[in-house]
Design a protein around this ligand. Structure first.
Ligand code: NAP
Length: 492
């Protein structure tokens, strides 16, 4: 399906701003097709966007939380109304299937609904005080201008996860989306603009991150950076912000494991792990990429995962029969193939058949066949490094202690799952797994908007996103103690 190239502009100060340079966005299912072009902003233009955000903050911090919430709820309704067109935009620039894209639009709406509703919730606490005529309380206040930097794998959901709590707390936001997927981020800005968000409260910046990175951090009004992406860029941001009073939330890489105990329901377990490993072609920070199976069930787990991989139909995400779309770019495809090739050279066995992607419907796209690898050494690259593609590596273990040791030996600590009907084993796993998210008989991926989300160790800065805990990053607490000295003061 070829449609005209969409020329998009950035939202700044309530206006749609074009720019001299431009970035072409390609369809990963057929890279010959340019689906959109967005501005490639200069450092000066980025500075002007921050000026707009500073003005927007002055208006928004004085808007009541109830009114802020109304706008967020309107945005949620618009996202649902526009679900079909937004899903198509998302699929055409990122590659995931339309069904996956529809799920993402729905979840983005959930974020605006959840945080919009919190506009009517408590805004602080009443505190006890020794003196009966002293009233004491805490109140939450916004930080100021927040920069959100987001990756391409969930290019609508990740901005929503950051923008909704930042806005309900009263901050203004500058959103810098990934250059592979800027169109859907601009559509999100359009939704908020149409929901009557005041000028300057949400602004977008498109441009190559490594080129405009310094300009993004330069403005003195910047108070917080909420970043999701690679460890490398996250470390660079932390170094650049060191010594400045700017908060940094970083959601980084993962190497998530699913552990299958001997008593697990294998049919259910394999279907659930396969979905966690292969959905979105494995491009989810919470995707399962390591499987540890008890030696007694190893063969059944391997055969089940191989069958699930073989059942996938690769193709363009817009085709109704497709169950796995392409990965986002030729670079990502080549990177994943490089991981597989090096694993095979290091002695791993490919349990899945090679898939021919040279047919008419796939030969111009960035396709990677779902792959299961066995005979994997626990110190090998495929076991320790994030692949971010539809690849799982499988190893055997004999005891739960051994499984936990292997699980926790990873530098990452995002999500882990255990499959068992043994409550004691499940409880021990939940207690001892050194990760931010633990699932029992559930996938490593897929955490609802009200559930705090985020990893430990190299997977992030330790701040949780989502839920009421996710709000805390975007606000500061003021503590007030007040003695009323007028003649009307309360006496005991
Ligand atoms: P990335 O290369 O780090 O890019 C992420 C964002 O940072 C993009 O918007 C990128 O812009 C921007 N950026 C790049 N260099 C920058 C710089 N010097 N200064 C400021 N911004 C800069 O990551 P990615 O490849 O898009 O995403 C995949 C990674 O994200 C994986 O490691 C994955 O695990 C991680 N991830 C983590 C979570 C989580 O919740 N833990 C969720 C999703 C993804 P350009 O696109 O213009 O380069």
């Amino acid at each position: 399906m070829t449609t005209p190239v969409r020329i998009l502009a950035n939202l700044s100060d309530g206006e749609w701003l074009s720019s001299v340079g431009s970035i072409e966005v390609h369809n990963p299912a057929d890279t010959r097709e340019v689906v959109a072009a967005v501005p490639s902003m200069s450092a000066e233009e980025v500075g002007a966007v921050f000026e707009a955000a500073q003005r927007g903050f002055a208006t928004w911090r004085d808007t009541s939380p109830v009114d802020r919430g109304r706008i967020l709820l309107r945005a949620a309704a618009l996202l649902r109304e526009r679900q079909d067109e937004l899903s198509l935009t998302l699929t055409r620039e990122m590659g995931k299937t339309l069904a996956e894209a529809r799920g993402e639009v729905g979840k983005a709406a959930d974020f605006f609904e959840y945080y919009g509703g919190l506009g009517r919730d408590e805004q602080g606490q009443i505190l006890a005080h020794e003196s009966p005529d002293v009233h004491s309380w805490t109140s939450h206040e916004p930080l100021g201008v927040v920069l959100a930097i987001t990756p391409w794998n969930d290019p609508l959901l990740t901005p929503a996860r950051k923008i909704a709590p930042a806005l309900i707390a009263g901050n203004s936001v500058v959103l810098k989306p990934a250059s592979y997927t800027p169109a859907i981020a601009i559509e999100l800005a359009r939704v908020l603009h149409d929901a009557a968000l005041p000028a300057g409260v949400l602004n977008t910046v498109t441009g190559i991150g490594s080129e405009i990175g310094d300009a993004l951090l330069a403005h003195p009004a910047l108070r917080a950076v909420s970043f999701t992406g690679s460890n490398e860029v996250g470390a660079g941001l932390a170094a650049s912000l060191a010594g400045r009073n700017v908060r940094l939330l970083a959601e980084l890489g993962g190497k998530n494991a699913s552990v299958v105990l001997a008593d697990a329901d294998i049919e259910y377990t394999v279907a659930t792990i396969a979905a966690a490993a292969f959905a979105q072609a494995g491009q989810r920070c919470t995707a399962t990429s390591r499987v540890l199976a008890h030696r007694s069930v190893l063969d059944r787990v391997r055969d089940g995962l191989v069958a699930a991989a073989r059942g996938h139909i690769l193709g363009s995400g817009v085709e109704p029969g497709t169950t796995m779309g392409p990965v986002v770019s030729p670079a990502q495809r080549d990177s994943i193939h490089g991981f597989i090739d090096r694993a095979l050279t290091a002695g791993a066995t490919r349990a899945t058949p090679a898939v021919d992607v040279s047919g008419e419907s796939t030969k111009y796209g960035c396709f990677v066949a779902p792959t299961v690898l066995t005979d994997v050494a626990s110190d090998s690259e495929i076991w320790t490094e994030e692949v971010f593609g539809p690849v799982v590596a499988l190893v055997a273990f004999d005891t739960l202690d051994e499984a936990l040791e292997i699980l926790n030996s990873s530098q990452y600590g995002l999500a882990a799952a255990v499959y068992t009907n043994d409550l004691g084993a499940a409880h021990a796993f939940a207690t001892r797994a050194d990760v931010g998210q633990v699932a029992v008989n559930l996938p490593t991926s897929g955490w609802d908007v009200h559930m705090p989300f985020g990893g430990s160790k190299a997977s992030g800065s330790g701040h949780k996103e989502q839920g009421s805990e996710g709000l805390d990053f975007y606000r500061k607490t003021k503590t007030v103690a007040l003695r009323a000295l007028s003649r009307y003061r309360v006496r005991q």
